[in-house]
Design a protein around this ligand. Structure first.
Ligand code: C2E
Ligand code: MG
Ligand code: MG
Length: 690
């Protein structure tokens, strides 16, 4: 650097990372890893000039100092040369291996004036090169440093915020589509940052994860939610459950179940008051481990929801395999659910699959009535989103809990509405004439002057029957009705046209997009009759649909009962298994006790005899299953104080001679903590008087 300063040149520091070294070490062993490093070093040597130095710093990183460069323009070709030298495969352990390298570059004097800063910056640039996919060279920039400094500052501030109780929880209400009532709350964390204002979770949770603060943050959220729940219960607000979000790292923390149990106990809450939301990402890493974590949480009795469904692997098998009560369809699929047939189909599939498994479905990010209407018609169970309520601070939520908000009746799952008709024609006067004609029939009439306008109206309102012209600018009637069929297959679609371009109309008829084709000019009464008949058709279809809905609702309830039964059964079986284990432990314990022990059932039969007793009575094998008073008369004194007297509840003691020795015979009636009515006899040697 001194030479460059004197002569006016620059020095470049290259940090070269071998990104797949760990993989080579793991798969082929460390000797192969070392051999790869040595082979890389050999290939680097020719790339290094007389003013340069190259060294391996450790692990998977090399450092090169290019002593004489004019500026960054000179460095890029040198990096290309290094990549070119490393590109051909290496032959190791009879395998052809490629080295995946990335390079970060920092320059003296423009980036930094001392070696420590330059090394740090080159390293930072290398991290960026790797984050961008690797296999490339990245120059340090001041903005990179700025971002890192911000991040470090944010980490420190977050650490203080968690410790100093500066976070907040907002609660977003969810609505039930069957009843319209507020049915649960989701806790969403916020941070009041001293400079940056109120930060949403997405801004700082990644920072928390990187800084190792996941557990502390998670614990804070858990305890705060339990504290708030307690306060609402004490104030006798409606007992709606609260859901908290569990990050993937927190989910894999083995202490999670214990923390949850402790927080519930501390605030005197039943487990059912809490639901944990787990994202698909948390299940990806290790399915078997995830199963164990979920079972442990399930055993506590808390609710389990699969969050953000659709953004991860979106595997429907996750629903089947893991014990979730509910699944949340991610808002990305809800945004266009009322207008995009792909999103619509996906949501419908998730709903019907989940229902078959007895799992409830929640739609996230519901902002419009059109989205809600789609979800209601397709049997979604609950909605969350600004349409019903935004995330609220405790004080505002309290108002809502006191005066419960409900979804309006027309957005509920099962309902009967006024018959509604959509008229689409580009000629205003035709629309007006039709409207006049149909006024007597008490329909809710919507009108549109183009196909696009018609689609917009369909997205906002539930429509039973559509009457459309064919020849319209922009979108012809056949195409409009085809789209309407795709998005709202339950509508009855009629074409009313004076113009017959046969091909597109017959195609539309054959595809089922058109129910009837009527010609202009029309005869008033005939047209009214056709439209009335279309409504009758629609009503029959609606009745069928309603029945179908009711059957499906019943089936869903059945499936969820089955699911709960299966879980109970599983828990019971686990209990039985545990009982069996403790039983055999107890048996083994008795078996090895140095004291002779004999067990009798309620009929006076010998049911158990331990090792010491068997030794005392010479084998004892013949004793099992026999009446005790016959085979062990020594234990039954003539005075009638028999060990087994059926009704006796107190233990008693007497003495007996066995094999010439005196024994104290202790008889304990059973039944205190078991259903047995037998008794247990122990024998101990009496002290012999000298
Ligand atoms: P999420 O669990 O899917 O939460 C729903 C997000 O959607 C929330 O964002 C909520 O404010 C937002 N949202 C609600 N209604 C609407 C709507 O109608 N339209 C739109 N576009 N968005 C709506 P938020 O609060 O920013 O949280 C984002 C994510 O951060 C959450 O997604 C969750 O994964 C995570 N998160 C939030 N709080 C916590 C927490 O306490 N712990 C952990 N580990 N993660 C949290
Ligand atoms: Mg969530
Ligand atoms: Mg979500």
């Amino acid at each position: 650097m001194a030479r460059a300063a004197a002569q006016g040149g620059a020095v470049a520091l290259l940090c070269l990372g071998i990104d797949n070294l760990a993989l080579v070490n793991e798969s082929l062993g460390h000797a192969a890893g070392d051999a790869l490093l040595a082979a890389i070093a050999a290939r680097l040597r020719p790339c290094i000039g007389e003013h340069d130095t190259v060294a391996r710093l450790g692990d998977n990183e090399f450092l090169a100092v290019l002593g004489r460069v004019g500026g960054s323009a000179d460095v890029a070709p040198r990096c290309r040369a290094i990549f070119a030298a490393l590109a051909p495969a290496f032959a190791l352990e009879q395998q052809q291996l490629h080295a995946h390298a990335s390079i970060g570059v920092a320059l003296y004097p423009q980036d930094g004036g001392d070696s420590a800063t330059l090394t740090r910056y080159a390293d930072l640039a290398l991290s960026r090169a790797r984050a961008d996919g690797g296999g490339q060279c990245q120059f340090f920039s001041a903005e990179m440093n700025q971002r890192t400094l911000e991040r470090i500052g944010m980490e420190a501030a977050l650490r203080l915020a968690i410790a100093g109780d500066e976070l907040q929880l907002l609660y977003q209400p969810l609505a039930d589509l069957q009843t319209g009532d507020l049915c649960s709350l989701e806790a969403l964390v916020r941070w009041q940052h001293p400079q940056q204002g109120l930060l949403s979770a997405n801004r700082f949770i990644p920072v928390a994860e990187e800084a190792g603060l996941t557990a502390a943050l998670g614990l804070w959220v858990l305890r705060r939610a339990c504290r708030d729940l307690r306060a609402w219960r004490d104030a006798e607000r409606p007992a709606v459950p609260v859901a908290i979000n569990i990050s993937p790292r927190q989910f894999h923390d083995p202490g999670l179940a214990d923390s949850v149990a402790a927080a519930l106990a501390e605030h005197g809450l039943a487990a059912g008051a809490l639901t944990l939301e787990i994202t698909e990402a948390a299940l990806l890493r290790d399915g078997a481990a995830a199963s164990v974590c979920l079972e442990r949480l399930r055993a506590l009795g808390v609710g389990l929801t699969l969050d953000d469904f659709g953004t991860g692997s979106s595997s429907l098998s996750n629903l089947k395999r893991f014990p979730f009560d509910a699944v949340k369809i991610d808002s990305a699929f809800i945004r266009d659910v009322a207008s995009d047939s792909g999103d619509a189909a996906l949501s419908k599939t998730i709903i019907s699959m989940a229902h078959n498994l007895g799992i409830k479905v929640v739609a996230e990010g519901v902002e419009t009535e059109a989205q809600c209407d789609f979800l209601r018609r397709n049997m979604c169970d609950q909605i969350q989103g600004y349409l019903f309520a935004p995330p609220l601070p405790c004080a505002e939520l309290d108002v809502l809990l006191r005066e419960p908000r409900r979804l309006p009746a027309h957005l509920l799952r099962i309902q009967r509405q006024k018959r509604s008709l959509l008229l689409v024609d580009d000629e205003q006067n035709i629309v007006a004439a039709l409207k006049r004609l149909l006024r007597r029939d008490d329909y809710q009439i919507y009108t549109a002057n183009s196909g696009q306008e018609g689609l917009d109206l369909l997205a906002q309102h539930a429509v039973d029957v559509i009457v459309s012209d064919q020849r319209m600018p922009g979108m012809i009637g056949a195409d409009f009705l085809r789209k309407a069929k795709q998005l709202y297959p339950e509508t009855i679609r009629i074409m009313l046209s004076g113009y017959t371009e046969l091909q597109s109309v017959t195609d539309a008829v054959n595809e089922g997009a058109i129910y009837k084709f009527l010609t202009k000019p029309w005869e008033d009464e005939l047209l009214r009759g056709h439209i009335a008949e279309a409504f009758r058709m629609k009503e029959i279809a609606d009745d069928n649909e309603r029945l179908n809905l009711e059957v499906r609702t019943a089936n869903h309830e059945l499936a969820s009962t089955n699911r709960r039964m299966e879980e109970l059964l599983k828990q019971k079986q686990q209990q039985i298994h545990r009982d069996e284990i403790s039983l055999s432990i107890a048996r083994e314990l008795l078996q090895h006790l140095p004291l002779p022990v004999i067990g009798m059932d309620d009929g006076g039969m010998i049911a158990f005899i331990n090792g010491a007793a068997a030794a005392l009575f010479h084998g004892g094998g013949a004793l099992l299953g026999n009446e005790a008073s016959c085979v062990l008369p020594e234990l039954f004194p003539a005075d009638g104080a028999a060990p087994h007297d059926g009704a006796g509840h107190n233990s008693h003691l007497h003495q007996a001679d066995i094999g010439g020795l005196r024994y104290a015979v202790m008889v304990y009636p059973m039944g205190e903590s078991s259903a047995s009515r037998g008794s247990l006899i122990t024998l101990s040697r009496c002290e012999v008087a000298p």
